[in-house]
Design a protein around this ligand. Structure first.
Ligand code: NAP
Length: 320
């Protein structure tokens, strides 16, 4: 089968399309024929050797995909050959024609969701769900700021928060990004590069402040976020690409909490709850992944450049 292989950590050019032997299922495992692959910023950090977890070289990248079940090992009860699934992590990497998964890494893809949309589910939606409901304990009627709402996690958070009855405020860096955020259900969207957007956010909360912030770029925004919070507010740090100086007094005066999260730390029971909720949301149409750009598997290097460029518009997906 064809697969992207990484033999050394480095820039996008280390992603090589190669012929490798197809994996074979063992007990409790599922082999998935991959139709589309979700590209996440974390895929680039791992490829560069700058992530908390460094895979053993050589490896095949990728955690998110949509496809069909090709074969199952003994003891697999959750899926059968031919089922449409989305993949939430794998044993062999998903930038490939086939990926081996444990049975708890595959989830039923409802018929109304395409393979490309399915490839956009795992990391973005699971992260947004965990941040909103398992970390910040967001409640209907509260105001949530999705600081960086035009990308994968942001669009997912907007859809989830709107469906849960929150006042949803998003930000984007371009007009097309802002349009997308409003289309996906945000009540308001502001440009995070404009001079007065923080005042605009406070204004739309009626001066009360934001109860929950999901932060995609904490090294730029954490100090600003603290100033926007309502009493008892919770900031979930989802993304950060450097350091920042904050005034801790801003947290004290508001009884505000800053919560860090990494999806890979979620225990199995929490993952099970997350994906059970996501499948239900996909099935009912409340959750609709947005694929903004499609590239071929052979263009993985270009996708790794694009996912770090400004001007996000939903997900970048590789087709197989
Ligand atoms: P993405 O699709 O590339 O989207 C990035 C988002 O950040 C876009 O909405 C972008 O907006 C926005 N952004 C850029 N500059 C910003 C600024 N100054 N202020 C606020 N937002 C800004 O990435 P993603 O998949 O949504 O992931 C977002 C971040 O979370 C990444 O750093 C990723 O590594 C991290 N992440 C962490 C976890 C975890 O477990 N903790 C899980 C998933 C992702 P414009 O492009 O419109 O400017």
């Amino acid at each position: 089968m064809k697969a992207i292989r990484v033999h050394e950590f480095g820039g996008p050019e280390v992603l090589k399309l190669e012929d490798v032997p197809s994996p074979q299922v063992r007990e409790g495992q599922v082999l998935v024929r991959i139709r589309a692959i979700g590209v996440n910023p974390a895929d680039t950090y791992i490829r560069a050797g700058r992530y908390a977890v460094r895979p053993t070289l050589p490896y095949t990248p990728g955690m998110d995909a949509g496809g069909t079940v090709d074969s199952v090992g003994s003891g697999v009860t959750r899926v059968k050959v031919g089922d449409r699934v989305y993949v939430a992590g794998s044993l062999t990497g998903v930038y490939a024609e086939l990926a081996l998964c444990s049975q708890d890494q595959v989830w039923r893809l409802p018929d109304n969701i395409s393979f490309e949309e399915g490839a956009a589910v795992h990391v973005p939606y699971a992260t947004a769900y965990r941040a909103l409901f398992q970390k910040a304990f967001a409640r209907p009627g509260e105001a949530v700021l999705v600081h960086g709402a035009s990308g994968g996690v942001g669009v997912a958070a907007v859809q989830l928060a709107r469906a849960a009855g929150l006042l949803v405020i998003g930000t984007a860096g371009t007009e097309t990004g802002a349009k997308l955020v409003i289309e996906q259900g945000a009540h308001h969207c502001f440009n995070h590069h404009s001079a007065d957007y923080l005042d605009q956010i406070t204004a739309v909360t009626g001066g009360r402040g934001v109860n929950v912030t999901l932060e995609m770029l904490a090294n730029v925004n954490l100090a600003k976020d603290l100033g926007l919070m309502a009493p008892g507010g919770r900031i979930v740090v989802i993304g950060s690409r450097g350091t920042i100086e904050i005034d801790p007094r801003m947290a004290m005066s508001r009884d505000a909490t800053v919560i860090g999260m990494a999806l890979l730390n979620a225990p199995d029971a929490d993952r099970f709850a997350i994906h059970s909720a996501l499948v239900a949301g996909l099935e009912s149409g409340i959750l609709r992944p947005v694929v903004g750009r499609r590239l071929q598997l052979s263009e993985a290097a270009r996708a790794h450049e694009a996912v770090l460029e400004p001007g996000a518009h939903g997900k970048i997906v590789l087709t197989v």
